[in-house]
Design a protein around this ligand. Structure first.
Ligand SMILES: Cc1ncc(COP(=O)(O)O)c(C=O)c1O
Length: 397
């Protein structure tokens, strides 16, 4: 029998739609996939070369549990250069992706029934990780009307004596919302009144920020709170290195020591080759990041223009990341050509899958009626996918 905490957890709905789409593809169906959560660029050559060199030079042994000294030094330089944050080696932990880092960070501090405040729509793993710890996610709904952002009032209202942790993700997966320095300063004001609340800042999409928006991170905005903030980042989304599996975090040493203890028993050190490649990523040229960001931004504009033509959707303009989160309440209650009624965003996702488009229904992100559409795919795919979506949605009665 599964442990109680584990039997409560739902499998990732993103994986479910992915499996359904994979099945249709093996049957020969032509699908435009807007479900993917990874950059469609290749890992830049200088990073691959560093990985290959590492193999050739025999960098193939166990590394320290929390990462090599060289990668930690590169991470410290990155935090200083991009975020004005100073972390010593003891305040940095490297792991096999940001995902295990977030999970060990939670395991290190959460006790049974502790509460973790998470604004929704939320990335499903943020919630699942809390549940694995037998703690309780406290979901604070945000909408397209408030820009999908928690504010001082909604944060304060969600705090109880059991609140242990606040989880922030900016730019957000799945909404694309970006918290400005001012918005974070407002949240910090609330946190100052609650000295026992810890914060995890998930900054994975730091380099994908559009228009006049500027990336900001809580530890830099409120340095007086830095002894309870863990800043999590990684190379997956920034450098198109999802398969290399390297994430890193900076935070207070007491929290890092807890994470090291867990990793030493469960994970061991991350891949030596990927760590060498990540040094090249963090220390190497950074200019292409702005070029990639411009590409995502123009795809966002194409997607917004296409979605605006579909009656029944309400849109908010993503400020970063590579996702859109349209509200599809206006399509609910309408009938498909075969007479079936679209009652939820999950029904809509199934219908669109039949029309050759893969989207992820809002239920997967603890919000409805919304769906997530990833723009980490070519302009041609976005245009074709939107054509199919418009035709299918306009056929609803
Ligand atoms: C918000 C967010 N945090 C963390 C991760 C995990 O990243 P990694 O590939 O480094 O494990 C993802 C991946 O989808 C993500 O969207």
């Amino acid at each position: 029998m599964l442990a109680t905490a584990i039997s409560k957890i739902q499998g990732s709905p993103i994986s479910a739609i992915f499996d359904q789409a994979t099945k249709l593809r093996t049957e020969g169906r032509d699908l435009i996939d807007f479900s993917v959560g990874e950059p469609d660029f290749d890992t830049p050559e200088h990073i691959c070369t560093a990985g290959i060199d590492a193999v050739k030079q025999g960098v193939t042994r166990y590394t320290p549990v929390d990462g090599t000294a060289d990668l930690k030094a590169a991470v410290a330089r990155k935090f200083q250069r991009d975020n004005s944050l100073d972390y010593t080696a003891a305040e940095i932990v490297i792991s096999a992706g940001a995902k295990p880092l977030l999970a060990t960070a939670m395991q290190a501090v959460l006790n049974t029934d502790d509460e973790v405040i998470i604004p929704t729509p939320a990335w499903p793993s943020h919630i699942g990780m809390v549940e694995v710890c037998s703690a309780n996610p406290v979901m604070v709904p945000t909408t397209h009307e408030d820009g999908f952002k928690l504010n001082a009032a909604t944060l304060a209202a969600a705090i109880t004596p059991k609140t242990k942790l606040l989880l922030l993700c900016s730019p957000s997966n799945p909404t694309g919302a970006v918290y400005s320095a001012k918005a974070l300063a407002d949240l910090a004001e609330v946190l100052r009144r609650h000295p026992d609340i810890l914060v995890i800042s998930d900054d994975l999409y730091e380099h994908i920020v559009f228009d006049d928006n500027r990336f900001a991170t809580l530890a830099a905005v409120a340095p007086d709170l830095s002894d309870r903030i863990l800043t999590v980042n990684g190379v997956s989304k920034a450098y198109a290195m999802t398969g290399w599996r390297i994430g890193y975090a900076g935070g207070p040493q007491w929290w890092m020591d807890g994470m090291r203890k867990i990793s030493s028993q469960i994970n061991g050190g991350p891949c030596s080759i990927s760590q060498a490649a990540s040094i090249a990523a963090l220390d190497g040229p950074q200019r292409f990041l702005a070029t990639w960001c411009d590409t995502y931004c123009s795809r966002r504009d194409i997607a917004l223009e296409g979605l605006a033509k579909i009656d029944g959707l309400k849109l908010s303009k993503p400020e970063g990341a590579f996702y859109l989160m349209p509200h599809c309440g206006g399509l609910l209650g309408r009938k498909r050509p075969d007479g079936q009624v679209i009652e939820t965003s999950t029904d809509l996702a199934s219908y669109l899958l039949e029309a050759g488009v893969v989207i992820v229904p809002g239920a997967g992100f603890f919000c409805d009626p919304y769906f997530r559409m990833s723009i980490a795919t070519s302009e041609a795919n976005i245009i074709e996918g939107l054509k199919r979506m418009a035709a299918a949605c306009n056929a609803l009665k």
